[in-house]
Design a binder for this molecule. Structure first.
Ligand code: HEM
Length: 507
């Protein structure tokens, strides 16, 4: 815990020293800057040769807890090796800041080798999530123009409310037939249908009495891709193919179907836009139209980017909603406060994009859910320059991991960290502790942070606003929710709920 005694100072004060030592550094005490400790002094977890292989094998499904326990044992920074792969775990917001401030033009995450191999087999290329270097930046700049454009993002709200309206009716019909709703099973249909509207400009028909064949195939492919990825992505491509042939083939075929679907809808949109342009009309009317507008997309890149955005955008929002509903169902008083805000602000039956600006408590509910249940589990970077982190010299090429679950429960940042308190995020709350920007990273940070953040927030806000304006939710069984880490941090026990209609508060 010795780092906690460092006297921190701000960036720039020691720029000349940083230059002399050739280490990227920010906010570190002068003594550790001039004289940073060697890498080998970072507390180490594991044994000679095998490193932490046993710990990693025993704890794959509870890595979120394991990282927290390892930090409690070793302090805010430790290193751990699994076979040949070494990673540095950093908990302290100052260390997080030091890594991000040193970020280069092309931020690098740990590559998913399996995807690169599979893309080659099916004749497709890397998208935003998996590309690197100048290829990544070129795609990211184009996608940013749409996904970070508030006006374009807000224009999707009507299609989002339409999906939620249909989905709530579908849940009610399930409840009539089955007396309760298994949210973990159903919520995926909502998030897939929403992302279909946003990214493919289409309704797949994932729920309802007669879900379309295409919707069913697409949903199955997304699920298969997620389920098979879990084991495959942990290994280098060639080894994964050798060890898990069947899974590899399933993963490849599911990926091929997702690319085929993206090609179909993107080509359709391009043809439609061309026709409209020829007729003299030229306004983009959907988010997908905005995305394809760039004539300089490299061969195949738009299909890859849209496919990877879809992959990044389904399980993340779905599981965050399951976590939020579970915790709200256990806290009827918080549901009551949320409902009061929703009824005060939403003048029409359904929320508008502008309404969300005036609902700090709703935003607090989502933030607090992501603090306690960070679906991404970790954010990581590969250092591209030697960097001083929390007083240690870390060589370039090293993998840095930020364990989000442990960070969300850091007592140095959050008072009463185990309690769900949406008001801690509400601005003018006098008791609010100011949260360090580098302590809360559910969407990552910097130029490579989640490109779908605004869409994800709008989706989740729309869902919760419509659900909790009309209903109370109750749990059928209030045994504590179990968590597990697969590709992401997800619920591992059913969240079985009942929707109870609320009486309208307004006349
Ligand atoms: C609760 C919802 C979500 C969470 C918590 C989440 C979290 C994250 C995180 C932690 C990253 C890595 C950021 C980094 O390395 O700094 C990421 C990347 C990404 N996310 Fe999300 N995400 C969510 C929803 C979405 C949605 C809805 C989409 C698409 C519409 C999306 C698309 C992507 C893409 C494409 C990347 C890669 C960006 C790049 O490498 O440039 N995500 N997300």
């Amino acid at each position: 815990m010795r780092f906690l005694h460092l006297r921190y100072c701000r960036i720039g004060h020691f720029a000349n020293v940083a230059h002399r030592t050739h280490y990227r550094t920010v906010g570190t005490a002068l003594d550790t800057l001039v004289n940073p400790r060697p890498f080998c002094e970072i507390p180490k977890e594991g044994y000679p040769l095998i490193g932490n292989l046993l710990g990693a094998m025993r704890n794959t499904s509870r890595s979120y807890l394991y990282f927290k326990e390892m930090h409690e044992k070793n302090g805010p920074i430790f290193r751990s090796k699994v076979g040949p792969i070494e990673a540095i775990f950093v908990l302290d917001p100052l260390g997080v800041e030091q890594v991000f401030r040193a970020e280069a033009k092309y931020p690098k995450r740990f590559p998913v080798d399996v995807w690169k191999h599979i893309r080659k087999e099916i004749g497709e290329r890397d998208g935003l999530l998996s590309s690197e270097g100048s290829d990544w930046l070129s795609q990211r700049r184009k996608v940013n123009q749409t996904m970070l454009n508030t006006k374009v993002v807000h224009s999707t709200v009507n299609s989002m409310t339409e999906v939620v309206r249909d989905f709530l009716n579908y849940l009610l019909s399930l409840q009539i037939n089955n007396h309760s709703i298994n949210l973990n099973e159903e919520i995926f249909k909502w998030s897939l249908e929403t992302i279909g509207q946003v990214l493919y400009d289409t309704r797949f028909g994932c729920f309802g009495e007669n879900p379309s064949m295409e919707g069913r195939d697409f949903a199955n492919a997304v699920k298969t891709m997620m389920q098979t990825a879990e084991e495959l992505v942990a290994f280098p491509g060639t080894l994964a193919k050798f060890l898990f042939r069947k899974k590899w083939e399933k993963h490849r075929d599911a990926t091929a179907l997702l690319f085929k679907t993206a090609r179909k809808y993107i080509d359709q949109t391009m043809d439609k836009m061309k026709l409209e342009r020829d007729r003299g009309a030229g306004e983009n009317t959907s988010l997908l139209q905005h995305l394809v507008t760039h004539s300089d997309w490299e061969e195949g890149a738009i299909y890859a980017s849209v496919t990877e955005m879809m992959v990044g955008g389904v399980d993340t929002t779905a599981n965050t909603i399951v976590f939020a509903v579970d915790i709200l169902s256990r806290n009827q008083d918080i549901q009551g406060k949320l409902n009061a805000e929703l009824c005060d602000v939403i003048r029409e039956d359904e929320p508008t994009a502008a309404d969300f600006q005036n609902m700090p408590y709703l935003r607090g509910v989502v933030k607090e859910t992501l603090r306690l249940y960070p679906v991404a589990n970790t954010v990581g970077r590969i250092l591209q320059e030697d960097t001083v982190v929390l007083g240690y010299k870390i060589p370039k090429g090293m993998q840095i991991v930020f364990p989000l679950y442990a960070m969300g429960q850091n007592e140095k940042v959050y008072t009463d960290p185990l309690h769900f308190k949406p008001e801690r995020w509400v601005r003018d709350q006098s008791a609010k502790k100011s949260h360090d920007a580098f302590a809360f990273l559910p969407f990552g940070f910097g130029t490579r942070m989640c490109v779908g953040r605004r869409i994800a927030e709008l989706e989740m806000h729309t869902f919760l606003a419509m659900m909790y304006k009309q209903f109370r939710t109750e749990l059928i069984n209030d045994t504590p929710l179990e968590l597990t880490t697969r590709l992401a941090l997800v619920p591992n026990s059913p969240v079985q709920i009942r929707l109870v209609p609320r009486e309208s508060r307004r006349t």
